[in-house]
Design a protein around this ligand. Structure first.
Ligand code: BES
Ligand code: MN
Ligand code: ZN
Length: 489
């Protein structure tokens, strides 16, 4: 999607989008002779101006064109309303036959950030993945190619160019990785797809293969990988945009490119959803791309643990004891609780090699998280209140919303094992919390750590303002905002 900014509408043909904040719609009054007919159309459609509502009308006057009045009122913050506006406009116009839409913000009083976020939401909402649709009729193909935001605050263009255009590109990468099926995206092809996408961005890349990880003693990650013919990978992306010697903030991602459950195999119904069990790693790759493209003034390391979890003659068994890179041992009670086994070794490696002061992991870790929070918030676990608050604030601002969950000694005792240092599952109750407790056992002293369980957020069965049904790209925006608000001095 091409995005431009202008002070006033350009010449030529386009669909005009006019926001209506409740009943306030100066853009309609400005239509002159057409405005009475538009008001009548709004009335007949019972248009209330609530955020996301929209009415289409054709102007037949001197300049015939499609008009879309979009509501931005009702309870949302200006930034949220801005995103709903951009998203709703594109949802309506993407397949409409129009190729250019002009969104006129005149009189709305949006600041630069909100004005740019109209464009961001519009661009994000246009994402589709039609690579495997070989029989689309012309009418089913998007026509909208260009959005011009008009009448926004000074600085909107700069906010887009210096920040949100990069965030958009990062989210697109995440969505592509998450959308692709597991016969296409497996550990090595995940690496290749990311490398092709970040080529020229200035990110430093390191890739570890099975032999390298074996040498380092990553017995937990490799135990998960051993049932698959797909070779595991550890993908490391470094962005050194900050002061030399400043320890990096670390982003870690669960990248299970397909999760069958292993020998503790999952039921057949909906198992295809487990192609997106690499959503944490996908978000880390997307966030790293965004930070590099916008040349963030921060040192950041992104580490993706990439494996496929399969049942096989060589797969690990329930009851197996694995030795993690940290030296701690874990009894694998359930081979379907594999994400924590992958992440624990990624955590140890990252702390040893990069010595971060802050470490944030993202993972589609537990079904229990979806039971707790549904599809509105990602679960946040943290060993530090200040880090938790910063992430919640970044989540709210970015619309990748987070809700804090508890950690504690009593939960931790639930994963003690009879034979090893810990077992990889606790009781059914509090399943997201015991998963987080497992991870916390791998956090070094002095490291501020947060774990984002994004199981309910990586994929959506419903369209929302900034995405259609499918991959959401959740995680990229909150990480970018966290860096922007806290790490760039
Ligand atoms: N990848 C799943 C979690 C998941 C489930 C993500 C549904 C998204 C939607 C994870 O590896 C898993 O299988 N977790 C188990 C843990 C259990 C065996 C303790 C779960 O949640 O059932
Ligand atoms: Mn699993
Ligand atoms: Zn999983």
């Amino acid at each position: 999607m091409k995005i431009s900014f202008a002070a006033s509408p350009p010449a030529g043909d386009f669909a005009l989008v006019i926001p209506s904040a409740g009943t306030q719609r100066p853009g309609v009054a400005a239509l002159g002779p057409d405005s009475a007919a538009v008001e009548a159309a709004l009335k007949r459609n019972r248009f209330d101006g609530d955020a996301g509502s929209a009415v289409e009308h054709f102007l037949t006057g001197e300049q015939p064109r499609r008009l879309l009045v979009v509501g931005t009122g009702g309870g949302s913050t200006p930034a949220e309303a801005a995103e709903k506006l951009g998203g709703a406009a594109v949802a309506r116009l993407l397949l409409s036959g129009e190729s250019h839409a002009v969104i006129d913000l005149t009189g709305l009083g949006y600041d630069a950030d909100a004005s740019a976020r109209v464009a961001l939401a519009a661009a994000l909402r246009s994402f589709r993945y039609d690579r495997y649709k070989t029989r689309l009729k012309d009418k089913q193909k998007p026509t909208l190619k260009h959005i011009t935001v008009v009448g926004g605050a000074d600085g909107a263009k700069k906010a887009w160019e210096s920040r949100y255009a990069a965030v958009y590109e990062g989210v697109l990468l995440t969505r592509e990785l998450v959308t692709e099926p597991a016969n296409i995206i497996y550990p090595q092809s995940f690496v290749e797809r990311v490398l092709a996408s970040i080529d020229g961005s200035g990110l430093e890349v390191e890739v570890l293969d099975r032999a390298a990880m074996a040498k380092l003693g990553m017995g937990a990650l490799l135990g998960v990988a051993q049932g698959s013919v797909r070779e595991p990978r550890l993908l490391v992306l470094r962005w050194n945009g900050g002061a030399k010697g400043t320890p990096p903030v670390a982003f870690l991602g669960k990248g299970v490119t397909f999760d069958t459950g292993g020998i503790s195999i999952k039921p057949a119904a909906n198992m295809e959803a487990m192609k997106w069990d690499m959503g944490g790693a996908g978000a880390v790759a997307g966030a790293m791309k965004a930070l590099a493209l916008r040349k963030a003034r921060a040192n950041v390391i992104g580490v993706c643990g990439l494996v496929e979890n399969m049942p096989d003659g060589n797969a690990q068994r329930p009851g197996d004891v694995v030795t993690t890179m940290s030296g701690q041992t874990a009894e694998v009670i359930n081979t379907d609780a594999e994400g924590r086994l992958v992440l624990c070794d990624v955590m140890t490696w990252t702390q040893k090699v990069a010595k971060p002061k802050v470490m944030i992991d993202l993972a589609t870790l537990t079904g229990a998280m979806v039971v707790s929070l549904g599809h509105e918030y990602g679960g946040l676990f943290a060993n530090d209140d200040e880090l938790a608050e910063k992430l919640i604030a970044a989540g709210t601002k970015s619309t990748d919303r987070l809700w804090r969950m508890p950690l504690g000694e009593a939960y931790d005792r639930l994963i003690d094992s009879h034979i090893a240092d810990m077992k990889n599952v606790g009781p059914r109750e509090g399943g997201s919390i015991t998963a987080a407790q497992f991870l916390q056992r791998f956090v070094d002293d002095g490291v501020k750590w947060a774990h984002l369980d994004i199981a309910g957020m990586a994929w959506s069965d419903k369209a929302k303002p900034t995405y259609d049904k499918g991959a959401t790209g959740f995680g990229v925006r909150v990480l970018d905002e966290y860096v922007a608000a806290n790490c760039e001095g």
